[in-house]
Design a protein around this ligand. Structure first.
Ligand code: SAH
Length: 213
């Protein structure tokens, strides 16, 4: 494939900065992380293209722009504790870890869980902790979380996740009444009050579980 460093530079310039993402920590993470190592070898040459890619089991690694946009909306600062639901390839978790967060990530599909776990070990990403479970129930043992990010789309904001969000806290989650077509929702908790704001249309794979589909 073409030089990954140059591919990343170009990806950040044309897909991320050009569309208005400006958080230096997000740009730095996307410039630094070897996205081509988060996809199956056959897709490595497409890793820096402007879209999602299959990662097996009917799941996808999100489009680079969506990863960047969600990471920026979260406003992650070094030292924060972040819960991610939907580990998938592990790329989004790696971006959050690169931004300095302690990341807890939950995946429900066994094969993807083990692949991501090996990837994190190989890349020496030791600040990421993984669990094989239904992430709509959260991960109560390490709560509260300063930030929560859900990278699969469900019909509602799972109640347990609202409970496990710190105060103040921010959660970014795709929510939709129909499958594969959601609104990107920012949930903020401030002084015990919960507010929701809409950040546009997105298309994620299904969030499957007790509080999912
Ligand atoms: N963040 C991932 C995106 C993966 S796609 C990345 O960077 O590659 C979404 C993932 O969410 C899929 O792997 C799917 O299996 C997983 N998922 C769906 N419902 C889930 C649930 N209830 N708990 C945990 N993971 C779930």
């Amino acid at each position: 494939m073409v030089d990954p460093v140059r591919s990343r530079e170009r990806m950040v310039r044309e897909q991320i900065e050009a569309r208005g993402v400006a958080d230096p920590a997000v740009l730095d993470a996307l410039r630094s992380l070897p996205r081509h190592l988060f996809v199956e070898e056959a897709f490595a040459c497409k890793a820096y293209s402007d879209g999602p890619l299959p990662i097996g089991e009917g799941q996808t690694i999100s489009q680079p722009y969506i990863v960047a946009r969600m990471s920026e909306l979260l406003e992650v600062k070094p030292g924060m504790t972040v819960l991610e639901i939907g580990t998938g390839s592990g790329y989004q978790a790696a971006v959050l870890a690169h931004m300095g967060a302690d990341v807890y990530t939950v995946e429900r599909i066994r094969k993807l869980f083990f692949t991501a776990r090996k990837r994190f070990t190989d890349m020496r990403l030791f600040s990421i902790k993984l669990k094989l479970d239904d992430g709509t129930m959260g991960w109560p043992e390490h709560a509260p979380y300063d930030r929560i990010i859900v990278t699969a789309g469900g019909p509602e904001v799972p109640e347990p996740l609202i409970g496990q969000l710190a105060d103040p806290g921010r959660m970014v989650i795709p929510v939709g009444e129909s499958r594969r077509l959601q609104r990107l929702v920012l949930v903020e908790k401030i002084d015990g009050h919960i507010t929701h704001s809409d950040h546009g249309g997105v298309a994620f794979v299904d969030l499957v579980g007790q509080y999912g589909w």
